[in-house]
Design a binder for this molecule. Structure first.
Ligand SMILES: C[S@@+](CC[C@H](N)C(=O)[O-])C[C@H]1O[C@@H](n2cnc3c(N)ncnc32)[C@H](O)[C@@H]1O
Length: 234
């Protein structure tokens, strides 16, 4: 079961990678000029679960690096009443995000700019949302290391090689019926500790056996089908 969930997650990631590198693809999914990864939205129920995982509150400033249609910003602003900033290299996505914010009446809480995320000063963020690629998460580490202590970083689908996550969850999305792995880190970032050879391959991870998995979180809005299948110790 765990292997199946991991395979689905990998398949979804491979789809993202392939779509970013091959032609022809649906124009919506082409990487934008100057961008590093194509546009592919996070399913709404996964967005909601990730914001819960990051324990977003009204007083937080939430960033989405590569904000796409602004769904993360709009969901955070509508749900928590917090301020949000989104950045996207693609002017069409900036336009979509601003339209989305207006449509939902949260434009006063949301700021969106056309910027390359690798040029940003992120130090006033409380929560950072990522849906990029593994190598792009790693490339962000110098910026993320400057964040204030206690800043939460959540990533859809992709790890940050060399950095120990606080939590790794699998969320079964009702929207696309796929397994979505999500990661949480809290600053200051901690390097993965190398373990003795016999543990290689499961570095720092404690996988919960199938039989011990929690059942889907009934009553937990936006967490449909969530299975907390794998957690790494703090
Ligand atoms: C996979 S989508 C994620 C969209 C949104 N965060 C979500 O989860 O629904 C990645 C987004 O990053 C944007 N992007 C790619 N490279 C970028 C860069 N260097 N700076 C800013 N945005 C970038 C793309 O235009 C795209 O909208």
């Amino acid at each position: 079961m765990l292997i199946a969930a991991a395979a689905l997650g990998i398949a979804y990631g491979v789809r993202l990678l392939i779509q970013s590198q091959t032609e022809p693809v649906d124009a919506r999914f082409a990487p934008p000029p100057g961008g590093h990864v194509m546009y592919l939205p996070t399913p709404q129920d996964v967005v909601e679960r990730m914001l819960t995982l990051a324990a977003v509150s009204k007083d937080d400033l939430v960033y989405d690096l590569g904000c796409g249609d602004g769904r993360v910003l709009v969901t955070a602003a509508r749900t928590y009443g917090c301020r949000c900033r989104g950045y996207d290299i693609d002017p069409l996505r900036v336009r979509d995000s601003l339209q989305n914010a207006r449509r939902h009446g949260v434009e006063d809480l949301i700021q969106v700019e056309q910027q390359d995320i690798f040029t940003l000063d992120l130090r006033d963020a409380d929560v950072i949302f990522l849906y990029l690629l593994p190598e792009l998460n790693v490339r962000l580490i110098p910026q993320l290391k400057q964040l204030r202590p206690g800043t939460r970083i959540v990533s859809h689908l992709f790890d940050m090689h060399g950095i120990q996550p606080d939590q790794v969850l699998h969320v079964d999305s009702a929207e696309d019926t796929c397994d979505h792995v999500v990661y949480l880190w809290t600053t200051p970032l901690r390097s993965v500790q190398e373990e003795p050879e016999q543990s290689a391959g499961s570095r720092g991870a404690t996988a919960t056996p199938d039989a011990e998995r929690s059942s889907p979180g009934a009553g937990d809005a936006g967490a449909q089908g969530e299975t907390d299948t794998e957690k790494r110790p703090p």
